[in-house]
Ligand binder design. Structure first.
Ligand SMILES: Cc1cc2nc3c(=O)[nH]c(=O)nc-3n(C[C@H](O)[C@H](O)[C@H](O)COP(=O)(O)OP(=O)(O)OC[C@H]3O[C@@H](n4cnc5c(N)ncnc54)[C@H](O)[C@@H]3O)c2cc1C
Length: 441
């Protein structure tokens, strides 16, 4: 290996691979380092990759029967109480046309496939013999020059040098903290833990049960009973012949309520609506991973310094405002933006602090930071206890009355709603929620 790279990327998750693909296409000499045995081996995701950036990285990826599982054609948001499920359901043939609005991925398969695509791009570049994807290597520290500018990384006894480093190390961002860009201590109330199972079915059974055809798929998010009173939510996504089912749960709330994620997942799976969906399936994988809450109070104060840029979940780029978890698309776009800055810096010969700020500016101007800023109120609202139980209970109670037909006079819907409000919340709760909701959405 020659000793100086244009760029070193730490972490071959979505952000690191997106940065690597962008660099390879722009004829940059780079080193991508991953601590796992292969890209994807350490990665957990629910996971729908939203948006169309994948098409930017691997044009017409849908023509390949690899990497991704199913495109999202059917979306559902479900409020749950103990026995009922009240859903907002949307299915559209508009979503059948590529580039799709989102594709379900299994990270161990997806990241590996994307890494193969990056290798193909390296092989086609001027640096086919000088750019590398290196696995099974843990980056332990950054190397600085005498002016404090980052000029490389250290792994064990070895140092590798570069004009700049992109940190794409994910939520457990130890190097970002070492670089002084984030507080060493992040409070637990801003972090969640994700638990997920993969359940296998006969493919025909899965397709019949979820009304899928070809590669169409469904995403379902859950609010209420799913989390057994703990802050958070549930999800279910259809893969080729498996489903991903899981929860994201507030770490602080879990600790305070003395509950265990796996017990809550089992409890979720016994709900009548879920039990019907997973009947006959075989659990083939279980995983757990920390995930950011999307609260921008825990974002690193800065996402760059001389010779260094931070992207993906290492930069806490994540949003869950109730509609979907967006982490992978943010990782992908921020990785592309960081790589584009590295290319621009190579052209100008300037990798200093103000040049690296170009990346932060691009991120700020992108949909990522616009959405994170715009939907902070929604993030806080979703984590409010009223959303964990009172609202889902009220909605399900109303649904139960509304959809029951009895041999007796039927109440007007507004009277039913009044009864449900009296039973599960108060008009004051609703007023506060309405005011916050109007601001948030
Ligand atoms: C249960 C769950 C469900 C989720 N569902 C969704 C979803 O449906 N949609 C969505 O968009 N997002 C979802 N997310 C969030 C999404 O998974 C993350 O936002 C995304 O993976 C972030 O990508 P990344 O590349 O920044 O980090 P990661 O994917 O975490 O990748 C970081 C990589 O860096 C490597 N690494 C770390 N430190 C070092 C080091 N020192 N040296 C070398 N390598 C290192 C790691 O091994 C890893 O491969 C979910 C997360 C969880 C936990």
């Amino acid at each position: 290996m020659e000793d100086k790279f244009d760029c070193i990327i730490v972490g071959a998750g979505v952000a690191g691979l997106a940065a690597a693909m962008t660099l390879a296409r722009q004829n940059m000499k780079f080193l991508l380092i991953e601590r796992g045995e292969f890209p994807g081996s350490k990665n957990v995701s629910g996971g729908v990759l939203w948006g169309t950036d994948l098409h930017r990285l691997v044009p017409e990826y849908w023509k390949e029967d690899a990497g991704w599982e199913r495109y999202i054609q059917h979306r559902r948001l479900t409020f749950m109480d103990e026995q009922s499920a009240f859903s907002i359901d949307f299915k559209s043939s508009h979503f059948q046309e590529p580039p799709y609005t989102g594709v379900v991925v299994l990270r161990s398969r997806f990241d590996r496939w994307l890494a193969e695509k990056v290798q193909e791009a390296i092989d086609a570049s001027d640096y086919a013999m000088d750019s590398f994807i290196a696995t099974d290597i843990l980056v332990e520290d950054l190397v600085h020059d005498e002016h404090g500018q980052v000029v490389g990384i250290r792994a064990g006894e070895e140092e590798f040098h570069a004009h700049c480093v992109i940190l794409a190390e994910g939520v457990n961002n130890l190097l970002t903290r070492k670089a002084g860009l984030q507080e060493a201590y992040v409070p637990a109330d801003h972090m969640l833990t994700g638990v997920k199972e993969i359940i296998r079915f006969d493919q025909a059974v899965l397709e019949d049960r979820f009304q899928l055809h070809g590669n169409s798929g469904m995403s379902n998010e859950f609010i209420g009973y799913a989390t057994n009173g703990v802050e958070g939510g549930g999800f279910l996504y259809t893969n080729r012949d498996t489903i991903s089912i899981g929860l994201v749960l507030g770490l602080k709330d879990l600790r305070e309520k003395n509950q265990k994620p796996y017990d809550i997942l089992n409890h979720f799976k016994t709900h009548p609506a879920i039990a019907d969906m997973i009947r006959g399936g075989e659990v083939v994988e279980y995983s757990a991973h920390v995930v950011s809450s999307g609260d921008n109070r825990v974002m690193p104060k800065k996402l760059s310094k001389g010779g260094l840029m931070v992207c993906g979940e290492a930069a806490n780029l994540l949003l869950n405002a109730g509609k979907a978890i967006q982490g992978m698309d943010y990782a992908m776009r921020s990785g592309i933006l960081a790589a584009e800055q590295a290319v621009a810096s190579k052209a100008s010969g300037d990798f200093g602090e103000s040049a690296m700020k170009g990346y932060e500016k691009a991120l700020n101007d992108s949909y990522i930071m616009k959405d994170i800023r715009n939907f902070q109120d929604a993030v806080h609202l979703l984590h409010d206890p009223v959303m964990t139980s009172k609202m889902p209970n009220l909605i399900c109670d109303f649904g139960r009355n509304f959809f029951s037909i009895k041999n007796q006079p039927t109440k007007k819907s507004r009277a039913m709603l009044h009864d449900s409000i009296q039973k599960h919340a108060s008009y004051w709760d609703l007023l506060k929620l309405g005011a916050r909701g109007a601001k948030a959405l």
